[in-house]
Design a protein around this ligand. Structure first.
Ligand code: SF4
Length: 415
């Protein structure tokens, strides 16, 4: 690799590390071509994760960091005197293939700053895909960024060749965008999301009638929101996420704890720690919305617009709605079981299945590997309550805290 390309790779892979929306699951693109290389299905797109949780199995780079925008939180903003680099589409395609053949990567995650204009940037991203798919016959996983404000036709063409795309919303409100990313407009972000959603639906529908229809972004679309750069509450963030899931069938909304790299009166001080626990709670809440039939509104109260940092969102929901508990394990519906803290999808399914054979006892729950450590405060089994404390929020919280302390002491004693 020549020094120039190596230097670009160093700059542009480093600049890409702040983008977390790069999971590669849920894709089954098959390589049907003769002599083609790469197969996202066969390879399984197994991605590994770096210690800070970022995906590292893909070649994750920016096409360019030479941005014309001035988002206050970003190292690549036009007013920041950072070193700039731009790949040509040919260079990115060539690098991907070289890395793939050396077995370093299984696919590509390509994002970009806005170079010259949204259309110019989108066109170059499309060109990378075109080269990979048609010149190199590469049918491995490719996730690309859609640039808000780019021409719809370009986005359509890109989506026909990509496995997954993402349009980053970055901040949850118009006001926050106005303060921190004034060149970004809500309409320019929502419009491509809507277009992508419609195209996905259209090709799924067409597939019912025509066997050979090529699917538009078979891995769906995702987006990313920065957490903690503004004063937006968790409730605002999750309400927006809920809307994106409902309206555009978004595959994932990723949350990225803001890492203070830039100084600005509108941003947290550079010495502020990234809100990683908050990010973790948001992911837990997001999980509840996607797999446990929770609505974002249910996770908050009028006076508590942020998730609790001590207890997880499902526990807090249960503690706030103790009038709905305890539920009888032998009678509760699947949806009710899912609302019990400590019971996951697998446990709830197992309970439903096993109780068809015989009424479940506390011991039989343990035998079918139900974790009751937290669940016991919110259930009855054959009418009996096993919580050992009064069914009230403070009593349950104190009991859980005490158990945690005991656990920690016993761990120390083992050392
Ligand atoms: S558009 Fe904004 S966030 Fe994206 S690279 Fe440019 S300055 Fe950074």
């Amino acid at each position: 690799m020549d020094d120039n390309i190596f230097e670009k790779l160093r700059i542009l892979s480093d600049a890409a590390k702040y983008d977390v929306s790069c999971v590669s699951s849920g894709v089954e693109r098959k390589n049907n071509s003769v002599g083609g290389v790469g197969n996202s299905s066969a390879a399984g797109i197994c991605h590994s994760w770096s210690t800070d949780g970022r995906c590292i199995s893909l070649l994750k780079i920016l096409l360019s960091n030479d941005c014309i925008y001035d988002c206050k939180y970003c190292l690549n903003k036009v007013t920041n005197p950072t070193k700039r680099a731009t790949f040509t589409p040919e260079e990115v395609a060539e690098l991907t293939i070289q890395f793939y053949r050396r077995n370093y990567i299984e696919g590509l995650f390509l994002s970009s700053a806005v170079v010259k204009s949204p259309d110019h940037t989108m066109e170059n991203i499309y060109r990378v895909l075109e080269l990979l798919r048609y010149k190199y016959n590469f049918w491995g996983y490719v996730h690309v960024k859609v640039i808000p404000g780019a021409n719809s036709l370009l986005i359509q063409k890109t989506g026909m060749l990509a496995d997954r795309v993402s349009v980053n919303i970055e901040l949850p409100t118009k006001e926050s965008l106005q303060i921190l990313a004034p060149q970004k407009k809500v309409a320019n972000i929502l419009q491509p999301m809507s277009l992508i959603h419609n195209e996905i639906s259209r090709t799924i529908e067409d597939k019912n009638y025509f066997k050979n229809v090529q699917r538009f972004v078979p891995g769906g679309q995702s987006t990313q929101m920065i957490i903690g750069a503004t004063s937006d509450s968790d409730k605002t963030i999750l309400n927006v996420s809920q809307n994106l899931y409902d309206k555009f069938r978004m595959k994932r909304v990723f949350f990225s704890a803001y890492i203070p790299v830039m100084s600005s009166p509108n941003l947290p001080a550079v010495s502020t720690m990234p809100p990683l626990l908050r990010e973790h709670r948001l992911y837990q809440a997001d999980w509840l919305m996607r797999f446990y039939y929770f609505n974002s509104e249910e996770l908050f109260t009028e006076i508590e617009p942020n998730l609790d940092l001590e207890f997880d969102p499902k526990m807090m929901y249960a503690l706030r709605h103790l009038d709905r508990f305890p539920i009888e394990i032998n009678k509760a519906s699947y949806e009710e079981l899912l609302r019990v803290p400590g019971l996951g999808v697998t446990s709830a399914q197992r309970i439903i299945r096993e109780r068809k054979n015989a009424e479940l006892s506390y011991d039989s729950l343990k035998k079918i590997r139900t974790v009751l450590k937290r669940a016991k405060y919110f259930i009855t089994v054959k009418g009996k309550y096993y919580g050992n404390v009064k069914l009230e929020p403070d009593a349950i919280k104190d009991e859980i805290r005490m158990k945690e302390v005991q656990k920690q002491i016993s761990i120390f004693e083992l050392l």
